[in-house]
Design a protein around this ligand. Structure first.
Ligand code: FES
Ligand code: FES
Length: 188
């Protein structure tokens, strides 16, 4: 009877210490992961210095690294506005931007709008007008409305509608959202 040769491929690999296919795949994956970049930014008044994968979006930085889950991930493609935050006072879709681009910036999320225990006028107006149903779009709507007011370009309901059109509400609470923003504008 013929004996199986002792020096099969697997045995030879173990003897010479070469990597298994799984180890080779893991090493390849590690070699394609970019080096971390240092990012320092201020979020809701608190300074954060982080080492991040440069592909980290601002939205994932907020939700996954800082546990600020008020900002919502809806589409993750710049289509719904659920992820709207303020960067140096300007509203942006945080899912569409890399955190590393905002080194040194001041970020405000919905968690940072209330001051000294008092709601921001836009937050209060949303409650007064019952401007939400499920609430998923609400943090983005509120941050977007704060940015809209700072821009100073909307005066009429139609202008508010047009300039808030990037914020989708799947519950269709638009009538109350517009009323809430009008109230906040009148009282500011
Ligand atoms: S989650 Fe960013 S626009 Fe939809
Ligand atoms: S309140 Fe439900 S999506 Fe706007």
């Amino acid at each position: 009877m013929t004996k199986k040769p002792a020096d099969s491929k697997a045995t030879r690999s173990r003897i010479v210490g070469s990597k298994s296919p799984a180890e080779t795949a893991r090493a390849k994956l590690r070699s394609t992961t970019p080096d971390a970049v240092s990012v320092s930014l201020t979020v809701n008044g608190a300074r954060h210095a982080l080492a991040l994968d440069p592909r980290t979006t601002l939205l994932d930085l907020l939700r996954e690294h800082l546990d600020l889950t008020g900002t919502k991930k809806g589409c993750d493609h710049g289509q719904c506005g659920a992820c709207t935050v303020l960067v140096d006072g300007r509203r942006i879709n945080s899912c569409l931007t890399f955190a590393a681009m905002y080194d040194g910036a001041q970020i405000t999320t919905v968690e940072g709008l209330a001051k000294d225990g008092a709601l921001h006028p836009v937050q209060k107006a949303f409650i007064d007008h019952d401007a939400f149903q499920c609430g998923y779009c609400t943090p983005g709507q509120i941050c977007s409305a704060v940015g809209l007011m700072a821009e100073g370009r909307a005066r009429t309901a139609d202008e508010i509608r047009e300039l808030m059109s990037g914020n989708i509400c799947r519950c269709g609470a638009y009538t109350n959202i517009i009323a809430a923003i009008q109230q906040a504008m009148e009282r500011s």
